[in-house]
Design a protein around this ligand. Structure first.
Ligand SMILES: [Fe+2]
Ligand SMILES: [Fe+2]
Length: 252
């Protein structure tokens, strides 16, 4: 006689089962294992759905913030695509690059909380206005919230650190070098480049060459020097990607 005892996965109640035949016991055990596998699979796909829905709602919110500043909203798409590409070029895994391409567009989600009088103010900010504006990094991380899910943890990190500078002169914490999360350092380079080379209401777009000159001055100051070198070396790939993203946005 073979006896099996312990919880049956499906019902969770401890039971004792007795089998005259050890093969029957093994078969029953196999069925429990199959049931458990099925339940785990269902749970995983439900979690994936929740993750997708959460990502979608954050992206919509980020787009709402972006539309106040950029009436096409394409900056977000380019920052996503470019950040994923730079992540790959600096040797991060395909999965990390994919994650960054999904969360980098949310870098300025915190601007949703910045009043128009500051966000859209032409000309120089006062110190108080600058402080309000700079707060978008912390607010963004708060909106995304703390999460054990790597995708959302990365999103919060990007929102929080994309204005930190390599030499420690950035905000909100003034951290330096590799203290700044790699994903924040990538988005800092990409965001700066794309912001300079896009048309704004208050100024024309800078040429790529002029933008690069301005970025090179910031090598080791604002930007991670090695990452910046990789970006400059592969500029043609970013330019090609920009054309693709811009033309697909026109067809939306
Ligand atoms: Fe920002
Ligand atoms: Fe941006």
């Amino acid at each position: 006689m073979t006896t099996l005892s312990g919880p049956i996965p499906q019902f969770g109640k401890p039971q004792t089962l007795a089998f005259a035949d050890p093969f029957a016991a093994m078969a029953q055990l196999q069925r429990y294992a199959d049931d458990l596998k099925y339940v785990m699979h269902e749970k995983e796909s439900a979690l994936k759905q929740i993750e997708k829905a959460h990502l979608h709602s954050l992206t919509v919110l980020a787009r709402a913030a972006e539309y106040r500043d950029d009436d096409t909203g394409v900056h977000m798409d380019r920052v996503g695509g470019f950040s994923g590409l730079l992540a790959k070029l600096i040797g991060r895994s395909d999965e990390e690059a994919k994650m960054l391409s999904l969360v980098a567009p949310m870098h300025d989600i915190g601007k949703i909380a910045i009043p128009d009088s500051v966000l859209k103010k032409p000309g120089e900010y006062t110190l108080a206005e600058r402080a309000i504006m700079n707060n978008h990094a912390v607010i963004g991380a708060e909106i995304i919230g703390e999460s054990d899910i790597p995708l959302f943890a990365m999103a919060a990190q990007v929102a929080l650190t994309h204005h930190e500078n390599w030499d420690g002169s950035g905000y909100p914490f003034g951290i330096a070098g590799t203290q700044i999360a790699w994903c924040g350092r990538v988005v800092a380079i990409i965001d700066f480049f794309d912001a300079l080379t896009m048309h704004r209401v208050y100024r024309k777009a800078f040429s790529d060459e002029r933008a690069l000159e301005m970025m090179k001055i910031q090598r080791g100051r604002k930007f991670d020097p090695e990452m910046l070198d990789v970006f400059i070396e592969h500029l043609d790939e970013f330019v090609r990607m920009r054309e693709q993203i811009n033309s697909s946005s026109k067809n939306r």
